[in-house]
Design a protein around this ligand. Sequence first.
Ligand code: GDG
Length: 458
Amino acid sequence: MSRLIVISNRVQVPRSDDEGAQGGLATALFAALRKQKGIWFGWSGETSDSKELHFETNAGVTTATIDLSEQEVEEYYNGYANRTLWPLFHYRLDMAEHERDYQGGYRRVNEIVGDTIKAHLRSDDLVWVHDYHLIPQGEILRARGVRNKIGFFLHIPWPPMRLLTALPQHRQLVETLFAYDVVGFQTEEWLDSFHDYVLNHLGATIDGDEITYKGRTIRAIACPIGIDTTEFVEALSSDEAISTYKRMVESSAGRDLIVGVDRLDYSKGLQERFTGYERFLNTHGERAAKVYLLQIAPPTREAVQSYRDIRMALNAQSGLINGAYADIDWVPIRYVNRGMSRSTLGGIYRAARIGLITPLRDGMNLVAKEYVAAQDPDDPGVLILSQFAGAAEQLKEALLVNPYSADDLSEAIERALRMPRDERIARWKPMFECIKSQDVNWWLARFIDHMNARPASS
Ligand code: GDG
């Protein structure tokens, strides 16, 4: 079997007791690399001027990391990745910043990564590049003579053509994708947007999965990422998950728990969620006092101003709602700004009558899948899911809502609380079957199969 060489922005080896805001990408990649031998390359998360590669093996996964300089982090990571591409790809043209320095830093760091990795590649390695931080990596490796099969997977949405054209040099960026053998998206919707761009803007030709442009043919597919469902379900029997579940039930004092878990990010729709929940409190007085919302939101990317802004806004909003509606023995929102271990999260999900997952835009959203995985099959809770999360393409039996509409959110909460057990089971079952059959191993195997099916580069 070929080695799998994964390249992603951050290399993070999750541990079961990890309390950080472990991103979905890291969680999934670690599970993937445990199945197939290889190396995981990327930034260590540290800043220094050294470009030495550090190898380490943890729980069967070998990682190789480099540090970046402060300027590189600022231009590549905080700049082009998180101030330019992230907002634009999440349909937030208003928040996207366009600076030449960011673009230059992005290119430079991608070249550093390519130079570093090239020396460690064997001719039959499969190379798999991840996410918006590293879009041009395939082209950079090709320019250094790498002939291996190289795949790219985008974890976030691919924006509609008209939005993408607001990015200076969008064409050059998209053209770099033609250096890969396989390009994967989370959903059919993002794949459609990509098709629209390459067809109507580049003049490429599309034939089924294959796209040909300037003599180069790539395969572009929708390949939705999953969670390690079996492992997640098993972890629910851990002492920590069980004691968390009991603690939640006790501290709920007969009230229904609504849970949200999100990195503190404007794409996750937290302000709109709080507004929708407030609408529910306001319009369902009697029932409202019998529920509470636990929102876990570990801060991320705090070097970027818009992330500091959203944190301040949510502090104020949760304070206002609690001030207006709380009673001497009840607060409507428990708002927690720190990470929890995965087992603790499992216990919380299981105790929650409602999973309220309402991003404004999300490539997939793994929390929705984790919530489904954690439910008691005989008495499951209800998933309320944004129609704009990639996960909505698979989890069709959730209560799908428009996250921008406070009325929609309020009505869905009311409906979920009233939902009889039979209906909850009938909705939960097909969702569980989906996340069980299309789990992280399915995702990995499907992507790798597509890579293997490509002809070797001549
Ligand atoms: C990107 C895309 C796509 C959260 N808080 C804690 C914690 N988490 C874990 C969750 C989940 C993961 O982080 C979050 O994954 P999401 O998919 O919900 O969101 P992003 O981080 O934005 O991920 C997204 C994903 O990549 C994968 O392709 O689905 O659309 O934006 O696993 O459980 N984990 C721990 N403590 C926390 O407090 N341990």
